[in-house]
Structures are given as structure tokens and as C-alpha cells.
Design a protein around this ligand. Structure first.
Ligand code: SF4
Length: 367
């Protein structure tokens, strides 16, 4: 943590009894499987040359390649499942370079194309929808607001740039953990944020005075909230019969909006973030941002929901389609609630559980 983050952590704990911690990520802190521990160089968004953060090309796909039994088909745009005798027989795809339609046949198909693309594949196949809920209960996180303030009590010189680390701070959800409803809303939100020092190019003056003022820098502290979206049937996707993508595959039409619950928790979270910054002694605390529109957070989940009852869900607890036992959907499409946390680690855990089931139990049936 930076100095201002430590101040925030101690003040928030003392005044509200809430946690401020580092975010959780799939990044190595120790060398593991020929991958090096993170060395805190900073620019993760440019790619990690030491393979310290999780990414499939140098973890799962690399492991699969080592078996010698992996065929990786690139430039393939999956269009739909092909069917035979009531089971899925393969995946039809368009070769992106030749635009020819091709088919990959398989005994088991695992759709992990991202939430909406997996559902789109199923809808375009006319499959796995005896329940009628395929495409329904779409969710995303409401986000895009919080508070920011200045921390002049923190020494800003010599300026050393942003913290060199792959993550920021996190404030776990505290509303409705024990209570059922706070201020008219259920569930809650978590915060991501950070405190860092930057040059203050907006400093007054010019010439030597301006340069000195810029070098003083400014330490600011901010929190942004990510809120839970309730699963509602009316938030849904369907195939648009009048539009196709560049490869002639029908696209999705999306209908989604926030309910009052999301709007209320967002407003509540914004105000709480300002109060926490004030408790840390921040100056010039201001509310920031406007809430996003659904889809903007790119945390979409739902639309092929999981459940025990085939009448009300699309897949079972192993992400296996009730209607097509050799098809699995292992991304965010199977979710029935969105939580407020970033979804990827949970998607990965569900995928591991589904793959474990396929390897240990289901594939034996096919042998
Ligand atoms: S800071 Fe980011 S890019 Fe650098 S080693 Fe760590 S994970 Fe990789």
C-alpha cells in the first residue's frame, strides 16, 4: 500500500470497522511451474514478459500443447453447433481468412466464448432452450462513480511515479452482509481505488515558479464502486433476425436496464466513499462519475443460468446443458447472481470444476 492508502485503511477500520485491503488477482508471488514471481515492474496492460499474471496462452493452452494432443484452430469464427441424433455433433465455424464454412467434430463441446457469445452460439443453434430461459437474466455490474480527494499531508517529493504493482486497493462489500436491507436496497457494492502521487500540471503560475509548483506534485486518493446487479428476467438477449455480423452470423439484440435497486445502491456507495475519504483526512473531497449503462462494465453474466431444475435453468451444477448432455457452458453465462466482485476468478473456478467433472466422470461414459 502507498502511504495514503495506509492512512485510509487505518481510518476506515477505526471509524467504520470496514476492511481496506489489496485486491485479489491471479498473479504469482512465488516462482511456479516455470513462471516467475511478479517483479513489480508495473505496466501489466502491455503484457507480462515473465508470465507472472494468469493468461491462458502461457498457462492452460501451453499445458494442453505439451500433451501433444492439442489442435489449435486460429482465425475460426464459431457460428453454431451442429446436431445429430439429438446430440451436439460439432461446431460449425467460418474460416476468417477464406470465409469458408467448416466444421470441427467432437464428442464433448465446451463453450467458453464469453457470456454473450456462448449464449449466442446456443440461440443460433436452436438448442438447449426447452426451459425458455436461455438469453434471460442478463447481468452486468453498475459502476462508474465514487469519490476522490487530496492528501496534502503525504510528502510528495521526490516524485517517483505511480506505484509499481499489478493491482490496487479493494474495499469488500459491507452493506447487507448481516442485515437484509439497507436504505431501501438489498445486496451491495465493493470499491476499487488507490492513492498515488502525480505531477500537478494544473498548478498556477509560469516559468520557474510553475516548474517548481508542478514538481511539488499532488497526492490524491480515490474510491470507485462496483455494484451488484439483480437477475431479472426482462434483462435479456435474443437473436436479431434482421442483422448479421461480418461473417453472416445473426447478432444479438440486447434489452437491459438498471432496476431501482442498482440505482439506490450506487447512490449509497458514492456517498459512503466520500465519508471514508473524509475519515482519512482527505481534503477537497468530491463525488466523481456517473453510473454506467448496462454492458459498459464488461462484467456481463447470466443468460444460460445454472440450476437443478431443467424447467427453470439451462445448465446443471457442472455447467452441463440439461438438454444436451455433451455440451458445457463454462463462462459467465451460467451465473444466477452477479455479486459485486470482478467475475473472472469465479468463472475460472467454475471452469475447473466443470473440467474436473468431465475428466473424472463424464468422459468415462463416452469411452
Ligand atoms: S507488475 Fe505486471 S507486468 Fe510486471 S511482473 Fe508483475 S504482473 Fe507482470
Amino acid at each position: 500500500m502507498t502511504c495514503s492508502e495506509e492512512i485510509l485503511r487505518n481510518a476506515v477500520k477505526a471509524k467504520f470497522g470496514r476492511a481496506v485491503t489489496m485486491g485479489r488477482t491471479a498473479i504469482l508471488t512465488r516462482n511456479h511451474n516455470d513462471r516467475a514471481a511478479c517483479h513489480y515492474c508495473g505496466p501489466c496492460e502491455r503484457g507480462c514478459s515473465t508470465n507472472s499474471y494468469f493468461a491462458s496462452p502461457f498457462t492452460t493452452i501451453a499445458d494442453a500443447a505439451k500433451t501433444g494432443r492439442l489442435t489449435l484452430i486460429t482465425d475460426a469464427v464459431a457460428a453454431r453447433l451442429t446436431m445429430k441424433d439429438g446430440k451436439a455433433a460439432g461446431v460449425q465455424y467460418i474460416d476468417r481468412t477464406t470465409r469458408q464454412a467448416r466444421e470441427a467434430k467432437a464428442k464433448i463441446m465446451i463453450l467458453c466464448a464469453s457470456t454473450l457469445e456462448s449464449t449466442r452460439l446456443l440461440l443460433n443453434s436452436g438448442a438447449a432452450n426447452s426451459s425458455g430461459v436461455l438469453g434471460k437474466y442478463l447481468m452486468d455490474h453498475i459502476y462508474g462513480g465514487g469519490a476522490a480527494g487530496d492528501m496534502p499531508m503525504v510528502e510528495t517529493r521526490p516524485w517517483a511515479g505511480m506505484p509499481r504493482r499489478p493491482n490496487g486497493i479493494y474495499v469488500p462489500r459491507f452493506t447487507n452482509v448481516k442485515a437484509k436491507m439497507t436504505d431501501g436496497f438489498i445486496r451491495g457494492y465493493g470499491y476499487q481505488g488507490g492513492g498515488s502521487t502525480s505531477f500537478d500540471f494544473g498548478a498556477p503560475g509560469f516559468g520557474a515558479n510553475y516548474k517548481d509548483a508542478v514538481r511539488q506534485g499532488r497526492t490524491s486518493l480515490s474510491l470507485g464502486l462496483w455494484g451488484e446487479c439483480l437477475a431479472r428476467k426482462e434483462n435479456s438477449v435474443e437473436i436479431d433476425r434482421n442483422r448479421v455480423d461480418a461473417w453472416g452470423i445473426p447478432v444479438l439484440k440486447v434489452s437491459a436496464d438498471w432496476s431501482d435497486n442498482e440505482k439506490k445502491l450506487w447512490q449509497h456507495g458514492r456517498e459512503q466513499s466520500a465519508q471514508m475519504l473524509e475519515a482519512a483526512g482527505a481534503k477537497n473531497v468530491r463525488l466523481t462519475g456517473e453510473h454506467s449503462v448496462p454492458g459498459f462494465c464488461i462484467h456481463e453474466t447470466g443468460t444460460a443460468r445454472m440450476g437443478n431444475d431443467p424447467k427453470t435453468s439451462v445448465v446443471n451444477k457442472y455447467c452441463q446443458a440439461h438438454d444436451l448432455e455433451n455440451v458445457f457452458v463454462t463462462d459467465g453465462a451460467c451465473w444466477v447472481s452477479s455479486g459485486c466482485q470482478n467475475p473472472t476468478l469465479t468463472m475460472m473456478a467454475l471452469t475447473v470444476r466443470a473440467c474436473d467433472y468431465i475428466v473424472r466422470e463424464y468422459s468415462r461414459k463416452l469411452a
